[in-house]
Design a protein around this ligand. Sequence first.
Ligand code: NI
Length: 262
Amino acid sequence: MRACVVLLALLALPAGAGCDAVPPAGQIVPAPPSPVVAPEALVKRLEAMQPAWPREPDCGQAKCVALTFDDGPGDHTGKLLDMLREKGAKATFFVVGQMVAAAHGAATVRRIVAEGHELGNHSWSHPMLTGLSGQRLAYEIGHTGDLVRRLTGVRMRVMRPPYGATDRAVAEQTRRRGLAQILWNVDTFDWRDRVPALVAKRGAQVRPGSIVLMHDIHPTTVKAVPRLLDTLGHRGYSFVTVTELYGDRLRPGRRYEQLRRR
Ligand code: NI
């Protein structure tokens, strides 16, 4: 305290300025007026102060990878979200409508959104979409999209056809509904090999711009994630959502397997 007063005197500042002085007991200190700043004004001010704000990875330059988790939400998705949060990693969840409608599904998709991850449409009941009637195809995509929108307010921009099976009818349906078709270029085969070390090893076979296929319904996959994040993190990768990976380049109806960097 004494050092503070001396310092302020040297600087010709009024006593108390800049020092966290503790008021004497019993003295009522009025709360400082809370600054009223409109959020839009704050954004403008921050952007002016630091041109790189908000921080969006430019995946055409930075090393990005999109981890994707299909077929949930399931019993292990919460644990996976804990792990992703711990490492500051973002991912994309291609959800099955029936799973969203099941117990805890709504809470989990809301948490996925709240924690900055992306939701993608993986149909209502996980059939092969190729060969379905137009009406059934519309239902498989539309019903899941409507439910997710109702629960989270999110209009999904990406979808993944179950088994990666797609054709012109699927392309047309997804185009009409504003969904890009997202496949993958790295397959962990985690549904077949329930061995975390193996899943982590396969998931690490990426290059910048890769999209990695995994399934959060398997506990062995969730167990593989910390090791995968560590391995790729040490190699300098950022973990982004599919939409972050592509920026504004995704087009409804088109198919994507990886970001090809120029
Ligand atoms: Ni699937």
